[in-house]
Design a protein around this ligand. Structure first.
Ligand code: FES
Length: 105
């Protein structure tokens, strides 16, 4: 399992345990951190927007083209830190990943 440290919209930090085969969106949604994931992970709604902690940016990597287009129209877009959590698999290399759920649009 992969440990995720997630700060919710009330600035409360949660330590979550994620399935390495699953996505970050799935664990955030299932643990009730306010991630709606309206499209179910199809990279078309941007309701799973998160900000990646600075220390993890290299390991998480950049957004894909479709993901980047969606993120850029978000009011809370951060060119360095924004990602759609449905596009991030919780692989063991991300054990200890720290993220913040983006504010609701
Ligand atoms: S769940 Fe819709 S874009 Fe991630």
């Amino acid at each position: 399992m992969t440990r995720i440290l997630a700060v919710d919209r009330d600035q409360v930090c949660h330590e979550l345990t994620a399935d390495p085969e699953g996505t970050l969106m799935e664990v955030l949604r299932d643990e009730g951190l306010g991630v709606e994931a309206v499209c179910g992970g199809c990279c078309s709604c941007a309701t799973c927007h998160v900000h990646i902690d600075e220390a993890w940016l290299d390991r998480v990597g950049p957004a894909g083209d479709t993901e980047a287009e969606l993120l850029q129209i978000s009011a809370y877009f951060d060119a360095r830190a924004s990602r759609l959590s449905c596009q991030i698999r919780c692989v063991p290399e991300l054990d200890g990943l720290r993220i913040t759920v983006a504010p609701e649009e």
